[in-house]
Unconditional design. Structure first.
Length: 402
């Protein structure tokens, strides 16, 4: 709030966050919208856990999906146990998923945190691939391609809540999202969290002060794994199925990309990253077959134009008052023009490949494009180049930075 120029106490910001989580279901007019909101809450927890590692501790992990996957498998097995008659509230299952992930993080973290940042990244990549390969080798345990399923409404009701209806499941996820965000924020403001920042910036000085940098990193590794396991447990309850894909390197890469896109220098960044993850993987994939290409281009553009992520760009105005509002709006308009032209080229390229089946015409941004017309290709290319040139000139003249 302070970065936006609004001076409110911290507790007021958390109340606003809680109120927002409570009001969102009112705006959801379908089960699909509630499902999107629930997935967004889970993605926010997952990105926050990764932000704790990379943003606060400087630990670039390529195997973070192992811990969310461990939490998911623990949750689905516990849910099956509840189906068999065990007396356990379904609302507590994500906590068990977090504990299972933290337990797995002890040996993995002990091995990874012994090394320098570069070797740490490679070790986490190897551990992630090892976990995924192990899951594929034992389909009887991990379900193979069909996965493991269970019914979340089979457990005992809590205060009349069976967790079967989507709105009840969203309420549970929203509560976990708020508590997890508050807990992670509190950890970053605690003495271990401050030590983690110091280890990231200067581990030699921390060791000289009498603290073991490796123990600090291992503690943060375990805390991050716990919340990743909570996110995995919530995902298992929401989808009621878990497959080996939750352990894949693609899932780890997605967490890394969207956390970075949101911004690793701000607490707001991973929350935005979680929203972008759902928007990219659910909405964008339903809109175009080239959604992975779009994500790659967006990530590349963000690294070049705004290395601090979306959060840094949104919060740049108070830090750069010399950048006028008109200049920032001009940058947005020019970027939109360039993206519209580039998107037209990408969509026509996909349509050209499928022209024999779907025909050469497509509808994009309200316009009918024909992949067989050279004029449409030239117009889209010119629009993209013009938008890029205007964006570069406007950004240079108005000193808009992120």
């Amino acid at each position: 709030m302070k970065a936006l120029g609004v001076h409110l106490p911290r507790w007021a910001g958390w109340l606003v966050f809680a109120a927002l989580l409570g009001l969102l279901p009112v705006l959801a007019d379908s089960r699909f919208a509630l499902s999107l909101l629930s997935q967004a809450g889970i993605a926010c927890i997952l990105c926050l856990s990764y932000w704790l590692l990379m943003g606060q501790g400087g630990m670039l992990s390529f195997g973070h999906a192992v811990y969310s996957g461990a939490g998911a498998f623990m949750a689905i097995y516990t849910l099956r146990w509840v189906e068999a008659g065990a007396e356990l509230s379904v609302a507590l299952i994500p906590v068990l998923g977090g504990l299972a992930a933290a337990l797995l993080a002890l040996p993995f973290g002990w091995l990874a945190t012994r090394h320098s940042p570069t070797v740490f990244a490679m070790v986490t990549l190897g551990l992630g691939e090892l976990a995924w390969a192990t899951a594929l080798m034992f389909p009887d345990v991990f379900g193979g391609e069909s996965g493991l399923s269970a019914d979340r409404s089979a457990g005992p009701a809590l205060a009349g809540l069976s967790w079967g209806p989507p709105v009840q499941m969203y309420g549970l996820i929203a509560a976990y999202t708020w508590v997890s965000a508050l807990a992670i924020y509190g950890f970053t403001r605690s003495p271990p969290g401050r030590l983690l920042n110091a280890v990231r910036d200067n581990p030699e000085r921390v060791a000289f002060m009498g603290h073991d940098p490796r123990r600090v990193r291992l503690l943060a590794f375990g805390v991050a794994a716990f919340f990743a396991g909570v996110a995995g447990g919530l995902s298992a309850l929401l989808l009621e199925i878990v497959t080996t894909e939750v352990l894949s390197s693609q899932r780890s890469a997605a967490v890394l990309v969207f956390t970075y896109l949101g911004g690793v220098a701000y607490f707001l960044g991973p929350l935005l990253g979680g929203l972008l993850m759902v928007g990219g993987q659910v909405l964008l994939s339903a809109w175009t077959p080239g959604w992975l290409l779009y994500l790659g281009l967006i990530f590349l553009a963000m690294v070049i134009a705004s290395p601090g992520g979306v959060a840094a760009w949104l919060l740049a105005a108070p830090r750069h008052p010399q950048a006028p509002l008109l200049g920032r709006c001009g940058c947005v308009a020019a970027a939109a023009m360039a993206l519209a032209g580039l998107g037209s080229l990408i969509e026509m390229a996909y349509q050209l490949r499928l022209a024999d089946t779907l025909g050469p015409e497509l509808l994009f941004l309200g316009l009918t494009l024909n992949s067989h017309y050279a004029s449409h290709w030239l117009g889209a290319g010119a629009l993209s180049l013009m938008g890029s040139a205007v964006w570069w000139w406007t950004r240079r003249m108005t000193k808009v930075r992120a």
